[in-house]
Structure formats: C-alpha cells, structure tokens
Design a protein around this ligand. Structure first.
Ligand code: FAD
Length: 397
C-alpha cells in the first residue's frame, strides 16, 4: 500500500500548488468583493495563464484538451484547487460544468459534442444542470413534475426548477424532465439539452443564499420552462435514462466535491492556526496557549487526515472495482466530510472572534456558501439512512 500521491502526478501537483498560491489566491479577494461579472477579465486572464502552463481541465479527457487524469489523480488536484473559492473555475473543472462535460462525453451524439461539449471544454461557454423543483422533494427525484411531451420531432418542456446552479450566463441547461410518465419511477425521466436563449426559458431570479444572490457562475437560479420547444435530437442518451445518467454524474461528482472540501479544510486550518498563534489574549500569551484552542486544532487535524484517506480510498475503489463496490464509501464520505468541513469553518470563525464573521478573511464566505454541502447531492439524512440500511441488512438473522 503506497500512501504517496502517484509519481505520475507529483510534479503536476507541485506546479498546481504553486500556481494557486502565487496567482489564484491573491486574485480571489477581488472576485469575492466585486463579483463574478466585474472580475470577468481577471478570471479570463488567469484561465489563459493556466492553459498556457498546460494545467487546464484536469478532469477532461485528452481529446478535449484536458489532462485526462484518473479519479484519484483528479481528487488530489481538486484538494489543491479547493484552497481557493475560485480554484476550480480557473482550472476549468468547476461544477456543474465538470459533471455536464462528463455525461456529454459519455452519452452525447457527435452533433451534441460539437455544438455543446467542445466549447464547454474550452471554457468558451458555461452550462447548468436543472433537476430540482421547488414543489417537490429533491431528495426523492423520482417525484418530478417537469414534463417533456413529444410533438413530432420535438419535445415541448414545461416545468418549474430551482437551485439550477450557474444558470446566470450559461449557454445551455441539461434539464431533467418526465418523458415517459407511465414507466417505472426510475425510467420516467430523460435529460434534455435546452439552450438558454430558447423561447420559453425564463430565469426568474438568482436565489439569495443567506442574503447573497451572487451572479454568473457563482449563483443558483429559479427557472420556468414554459412550452420550451427543442428538437428530439437534444435528448442526452436513451429516452427514460435520465436517472441512470444522473447517478453516473453524481458518483465521481461526490468525490470531486469531497476532495474540494478537504482543500477548504486545509485553507481554514491554516487560517485558524495562523490567527491563534498571533492573537494575544493576555500580555504574553496567545490564543494558541489555551487548551480549548489546542483541542480544536488536534481534532481538526485528525478529522482532515481521516477524511482524506476515506475519500481517496473511495475514489480508488470506484477506479478499480466499479461504482457499485464503492456505494457505501461514497455515502459515508458525503456526509462525513461535509460535516468535518462545516464544523471546522465554524470553530475557525469562533476562534477569530468578531473578525471571523467579517469578510476580511475567507471564513465567512465558506460559512455562507458551503453550508449547502450537507444538502446537495443527497442530504446527510438520506446518505446515513441508505448506508445504515445496507449495513444492518448484513446483521439480520
Ligand atoms: C448550494 C446548492 C446547489 C445546488 N445545485 C443544484 C443544481 O445545480 N441543480 C439541481 O437540480 N439541484 C441543485 N441543488 C438542489 C439539491 O439537489 C437539493 O436541494 C437536494 O436534492 C435536496 O432536495 P430539497 O432541497 O428539495 O430538500 P427535501 O427533499 O425537501 O429535503 C429536506 C430535508 O429533509 C430531510 N430528508 C429528506 N429526505 C429524507 C429521508 N428520506 N429521511 C430523512 N430525512 C430526509 C433532509 O434533512 C433534507 O435536507 C442544489 C442545492 C444546493 C443547496
């Protein structure tokens, strides 16, 4: 058992770490303060530099101009990029585009690849994924109301969606809609590509997340699809295969998120340790001298190390034994790592005192914008229930 990163990616990981520290982290404050749109040029310049240095698209296959990394290798990259809120965006592997690119690559027709995947992979356009509906529980996505009815060689889509991340400024949405209402629950829906300039596509608003509506890539939209007419050729994969494809999208997606969260943990851990070793709470004593702060540091360190091993092992299992062999592991990391990250962010804020809730450090940004980690891609409770049921089944008499 070798716990070192694979030799094949070690030089790349060093280069990425350096690039993130020297170019990405110094730029993030401007992006977070002025917003995604006002920082368009800064972000484009960073992306161009990342491409020029041969580090673009770590998750993308080589035939699409990416690095073609394996899941474990990309996990290690994702951890390094997670140290900045704009890391994944600068390297062209940000959600939801990364997941959309993966399913377009696997299920897209030649025309779909040419029209949507190629410009997406180059970073010329952005995309979004539109499944969750305000009226229905996202945790049970078989209960979708959005329909796509067939009229000759077209689908006509009607539905109400929300939390369509990054829809603002996206060129297309991949919409999950019911095409086969009489089929079994998991065979009712299909994924359909909808250009965002199609008549009837209405982005109602960017939803405020704890007071911040965000913009562009950094936003979550409410959308109405009203009689949106698209060719049948816009369907991704076979009719009724929406859930199958969604599962494929979520498996690696959860690994990517978890490794990104570990990157966030490392950033927050650094921020916390730096602060408490400097903040005087007495004439000659810093906060770091207090046992309660030391306990936070030690607990966080143990939890980060445990998280990394769990996630890399899950990625390794998917790679070597297939997704179904890793099902339990993926559920475990999804709720465990999200919880580790959010508890650490909260403790780091606590040890920063009032400074912790200002925007003078990156902590408040994470507190607001990463809280969703325990909800999206399966809420904690659902993952716990699913994994516990499977475990308990093995104990049944
Ligand atoms: C930041 C963020 C980004 C997102 N991006 C996207 C996106 O790009 N595209 C998209 O389509 N969707 C997106 N979503 C939506 C996300 O997929 C849903 O929020 C998620 O599936 C949960 O669905 P819900 O919000 O409807 O909660 P519900 O299904 O109503 O569940 C509410 C709560 O009930 C509890 N619960 C649910 N089911 C059970 C159960 N079986 N047993 C016990 N407790 C249960 C859980 O605590 C859960 O949090 C995003 C969400 C967030 C927060």
């Amino acid at each position: 058992m070798d716990f070192d990163p694979p030799a094949s990616v070690r030089p790349l990981l060093d280069r990425i770490e350096k690039f993130v520290a020297e170019h990405v982290m110094p730029a993030e404050r401007e992006v977070l303060e002025t917003g995604f749109n006002a920082s368009a040029k800064l972000l484009a310049d960073l992306r161009a530099r990342c491409k020029a240095e041969g580090m673009w698209g770590p998750n993308l296959p080589k035939d699409l101009g990416g690095l073609g990394l394996t899941l474990v290798e990309h996990g290690l990259v994702s951890e390094r990029l997670g140290r900045s809120p704009i890391g994944h965006y600068v390297f062209g592997c940000q959600a939801p585009d990364a997941g959309n690119a993966e399913i377009l690559h696997k299920y897209g027709s030649a025309e779909q690849k040419q029209q949507w995947l190629e410009p997406l992979a180059r970073g010329d356009i952005r995309s979004c994924f539109s499944m969750t509906e305000p009226e229905n529980p996202g945790s049970n996505p078989t209960l979708l109301s959005c329909t796509a009815r067939r009229e000759g060689e077209h689908y006509v889509i009607d539905g109400h969606k929300w939390f369509t991340s990054s829809a603002d400024g996206a060129a297309f949405a991949i919409v999950m809609a019911v095409t086969n209402p009489d089929a079994s629950p998991h065979a009712r829906a299909s994924m359909i590509i909808v250009p965002t300039d199609a008549p009837g596509f209405e982005r109602v608003r960017n939803i405020k997340i704890m007071g911040d509506a965000g913009e562009g890539w950094a936003s979550h939209a409410e959308i109405w699809y009203r009689n949106v007419r698209v060719p049948v050729a816009n369907r991704l994969g076979p009719e009724g295969a929406g859930f199958l494809i969604a599962q494929e999208r979520l498996g690696p997606g959860r690994i990517h998120h978890c490794m990104r969260w570990i990157g966030i943990c490392e950033r927050v851990f650094d921020t916390m340790c730096t602060h408490i070793t400097r903040r005087k709470i007495d004439d000659d004593k810093t906060l770091a001298s207090r046992q309660i702060a030391q306990a936070y540091v030690a607990e966080a360190r143990a939890e980060i190390e445990a998280s990394r091993l769990m996630v890399l092992h899950a990625a390794w299992t998917i790679e070597h034994k297939g997704f179904s062999a890793a099902r339990d592991q993926v559920s475990l990391i999804k709720f465990y790592v999200a919880d580790v990250m959010l508890r650490l962010v909260d403790r780091a804020i606590q040890l920063h005192g009032a400074l912790g809730i200002t925007s003078d450090t990156v902590l408040a940004h994470y507190y607001v914008h990463e809280r969703g980690a325990r909800i999206y891609d399966g809420p904690d409770e659902v993952h716990k229930m699913v994994v516990a049921k499977r475990i308990l089944k093995r104990y049944e008499p």
